[in-house]
Each structure stands twice: as C-alpha cells, then as structure tokens.
Ligand binder design. Structure first.
Ligand code: NAD
Length: 258
C-alpha cells in the first residue's frame, strides 16, 4: 500500500530539481502524476522516468505564468485521469541578477513576481476546484528560508514571503472544502540550478562537494538534496499530516536557528 494510492498529483516545475524528485517519490507511493513544466525536454524526461519505475505520468507543456496555458493543462489532466487530488506548486525560483532593492532592474521584479506569485496563484486557481470536486485533498506551495530572514535577493525574498501569506490565506479559505494548504521553506538544496548558480557545473562531482563543504563549515547539516524536500512534500500530501494545515515546514537543516 502506497501513501498516495489512487491519488492524482499535479506537480508544476517537475521537469527537474525538487519537482522531479517529488514526481518520482509520489509515483512510488501510488500517485498518478501530471508533470506540468514549460520545458518540453525535461518534462518529457520526467514522464519517462516515472514510467520506468512502473508509475503513471502525463507530461503537459505548461507555463505557470500564463493563465491560458494553466487552464489547458488542467483540462488535459482531467481528460487523462478524470480528477486531481493533490497540487504541488513547485515551479519557482530566482535569477542571478536579483539583488538589493536599490540596485535591481525592473525586469527582475516583473520576472520573479510573475514566476513565484502568478506561478502559484494560477495553478491554484484552476486546480483547487478540481480537488474540491474530488472530495478534498492537499496543496503544497514552495516558499524559502529567504522569506524568513534577511537575504541578498530582495525580490525573491519578497515573492517567497508572499507565498507564506498566500498559503495561510488559502488554508483558511479552503479548509471547509477539506483542502489542506501548507508551504515548505527549504534552505540551500543542491539542484542543477543551484550548482550552476554557484559555478559548480560542469565539474559536477568535485564542485558540488565544495559547496557542500563550504556550507557544512557553517551549518553542520550542510546543503540539502532534492529528495529531502520531496519527502517533506510527501508527508504534507499524505494522510499522515491530516492535522497539519496552514503552516510552514522549514527544511533547512537548522540554518534558521544559527
Ligand atoms: N533549490 C533550492 O535551493 C531552493 C531553496 C528554496 C526554495 N526553492 C524553491 O523550490 C522550488 C523548486 O526549486 P528547484 O531548485 O528544484 O528548481 P529548478 O530550477 O531546479 O527547477 C524548476 C523547474 O521549473 C520549471 N519552470 C520554470 N519556470 C516555469 C514556468 N514558468 N512554468 C512551468 N515550469 C517552469 C523548469 O523548467 C524546471 O523544470 C522553487 O519554487 C524554488 O524557489 C528552492
């Protein structure tokens, strides 16, 4: 028996990183997966990887910042599976050009707020009614420790702070419909994007280790790995977290405590 048997999970940004790990983990736990990503190659790869482990997956090319694209993706998911029970709003992120509010360019503001805020609002807007029709379920949003304390990427921290507020408001509003809504605040998670940001690709093995080592010097638990966030998301999606609603799970190895 899997923890997500008979559930359909719509996972944005599941072409790579944390979203891909979640797609694989949720599938192992019995869920049917919608891979909603705007990158055809990566999304197709995730669909293939889920099928390789014996799961069911549908890749739907989706731009979470584009309402029409989200509407079409939800329609395709319902046509394929007949329902959606779980929404993981994982697409999001920052750009290297983000920085101090006194220095950033306007496109950085527009891009980041669109990706992180519209990219959470639009899928929620169209998937939650389906979850309600299915009799209830769970939503997990992606915030960040950047929302909780000073961070050099001012727009990203603002966007992720908004996700915290949105999560609490969504939980308050949809609890009566049996929809739980929570957010995860990861610390540094070693995805390809993060490795590239730290100049750690293509010397992957060696360089990734150096980031891990540098971080571990300050924080004993060091960097996290995508699977470790997917495991938190699995908990929040499963019935094991039935009493967890409208809250944040900080998954940063204790960095926020230092
Ligand atoms: N990696 C970290 O250290 C870290 C830390 C805190 C929070 N987070 C958050 O976790 C989430 C996942 O992060 P990650 O590092 O795994 O990301 P990632 O960059 O590795 O992967 C992001 C995925 O989203 C897709 N995507 C990007 N824009 C999209 C769009 N407009 N529409 C649809 N798909 C789109 C990409 O194609 C990719 O598959 C993000 O919300 C990020 O802000 C990550």
């Amino acid at each position: 028996m899997g923890k997500l048997d008979n559930k359909v999970a719509f996972i944005t940004g599941s072409g790579t990183g944390i979203g891909r790990e979640a797609a694989l983990l949720f599938a192992k736990e019995g869920a049917k997966i919608v891979v909603a990503d705007f990158n055809k190659e990566l999304g197709g790869e995730t669909e293939g990887l889920v099928k390789e482990i014996g799961g069911q997956a549908l890749f739907v090319e989706t731009n979470v910042t584009d309402e029409d694209s989200v509407i079409a993706a939800v329609k395709a998911s319902i046509e394929c599976y007949g329902k959606i029970d779980l929404l993981y709003n994982c697409a999001g992120g920052s750009v290297p050009e983000d920085g101090l509010v006194t220095e950033i360019e306007t496109w950085v503001v527009d891009h980041t707020l669109a990706l992180d805020i519209k990219g959470t609002v639009f899928p929620s807007r169209y998937v939650i009614p389906e979850i309600i029709k299915a009799g209830g379920g769970a939503v997990v949003n992606m915030s960040s420790t950047a929302a909780l304390r000073g961070n050099a990427m001012h727009v990203y921290s603002a966007a992720k702070g908004a996700i915290v507020a949105l999560t609490q408001s969504m939980a308050a509003s949809y609890t009566n419909d049996q929809v739980r809504v929570n957010a995860i605040c990861p610390g540094i998670i070693l995805t390809d994007r993060v490795k590239i940001r730290f100049g750690e690709l293509p010397e992957e093995g060696k360089a990734a280790e150096s980031l891990a080592a540098r971080t571990a010097e300050r924080y004993p638990f060091g960097v996290g790995h995508p699977i470790e966030i997917a495991q938190v998301a699995l908990f929040l999606m499963s019935n094991e977290s039935r009493m967890v609603n409208g809250t944040l799970v900080v998954a940063d190895g204790g960095m926020a405590a230092f």
